[in-house]
Design a protein around this ligand. Structure first.
Ligand code: F0G
Length: 351
């Protein structure tokens, strides 16, 4: 949209900010809703599928939506330091917004389980990065405790301002489609984003901006699927490290979203995630593996998509975040060590 000034200015009337709130923004939001005809064709039945490419936010993930709010509100209360636990994206966003606001940013990450690009971002923005030999669930427990005892503001999605900012993703979808979609497919880790989207669709519906409410379809990685199993997972495992979470903080709110919308939780294997990741690549869309879980989930339950339905899948993070996975799991022909001679190159091309 022309003249976009970041989501707080654009959606001010729906957000808990006042004239006194110092807006900390990187012009986040306003990300494109892109049709994916190949994926729609594999479903058939006249179904339309769009992806909300939130990897185009300033730090490359949807976390910027929540962080512009959380950091602006922290700044408003005079906070000088923030803290979070993260599988990578939250730490990148927290670091970027906190440093922009002149605050310290402490981030706890599971040592060895954060994608390369995310770590690079947190370091470059100037966060104080603490890699802990424990998983995300452990890190979240410890930052919650620290925020109670020390002068640091917690900016994980248990901070309600995070959810307030993230709900604007739903507003943008309705603003583009003119109504809510029939289905909203979304990857679920700590369950903040599914909570935020449901709140956003609800508020916009109340405001008369949409006729319908979507079914909330939440997808978890099979090795980290507490909401599908109905019990926490002690040792979550998946190649989609962003959603390698065994005990989501917003458990009850996510279940409420699923029940109220008559949606469902389902799981997708790492192989299904990678297949969707490559399929998206073939449509020119590079997302991170966790994001591809939304499309993998849609394809898993495609028989149940109503004919003529409009479906939106949230692509939560940019593929550039995780170059290692892309290189290891793309099926393109990559021929290395070719001699610098035209003949050798032509031969390698298979002509
Ligand atoms: N997709 C990506 C790319 C993520 O980074 C996350 C969460 C999710 C989906 C799941 O969202 O937690 O709201 O259910 N990443 C968090 C982090 C945990 O620390 O960056 P959720």
């Amino acid at each position: 949209r022309p003249g976009w000034r970041g989501l707080i200015e654009e959606y001010r009337q729906y957000l808990p900010v006042s004239k006194e709130t110092p807006v900390v923004t990187l012009w986040e939001g306003n990300t494109p809703l892109i049709p994916v005809p190949k994926i729609a064709q594999t479903i058939g039945k006249g179904v339309e599928v769009f992806v909300k490419y939130d990897g185009l936010n300033p730090t490359g993930s949807f976390k910027d939506r929540g962080m512009t709010m959380a950091i602006s509100k922290a700044k408003e209360t005079g906070a000088q330091a923030v803290i979070c636990a993260s599988t990578g994206n939250t730490s990148a966003a927290a670091a970027a917004y906190a440093k922009r606001a002149g605050m310290r940013a402490f981030v706890l990450i599971p040592d060895g389980y954060v994608a390369l690009g995310k770590l690079a971002q947190a370091l470059l923005y100037g966060a104080e990065v603490l890699a802990v030999k424990g998983n995300f669930d452990y890190c979240l427990g410890s930052v919650r405790e620290m925020a109670e005892k020390y002068p640091v503001t917690l900016v994980n999605s248990v901070n309600p301002y995070r959810i307030e900012g993230q709900k604007t993703g739903a507003f943008e979808i309705v603003d583009v489609l003119g109504d809510a979609p029939d289905w909203l497919c979304i990857p679920v880790g700590n369950a903040g984003n599914i909570t935020a989207y449901w709140q956003g669709f609800g508020e916009y519906h109340q405001a008369g901006k949409s006729q319908r409410l979507p079914k909330m379809m939440g997808f978890q990685a099979a090795g980290a699927a507490p909401l599908v199993n109905g019990a926490p997972v002690a040792h979550p495992e998946t190649l989609a490290t962003a959603i390698r979470i065994g005990n989501p903080a917003s458990w009850e709110k996510a279940v409420a979203a699923q029940q109220q919308s008559q949606g469902e939780f389902n799981s997708v294997t790492d192989a299904e995630i990678l297949a969707a990741y490559r399929l998206l690549g073939s449509e020119g869309l590079f997302c991170e593996p966790a994001s591809a879980a939304s499309v993998a989930g849609l394809l898993k339950v495609k028989e149940r998509v109503p004919a003529g339905a409009t479906v939106v899948c949230i692509l939560t993070g940019n593929g550039l975040k995780d170059p290692d996975t892309a290189i290891a799991h793309s099926e393109s022909n990559f021929k290395q060590g070719i001699e610098p001679e035209l003949k050798a190159i032509v031969q390698a091309m298979g002509f």
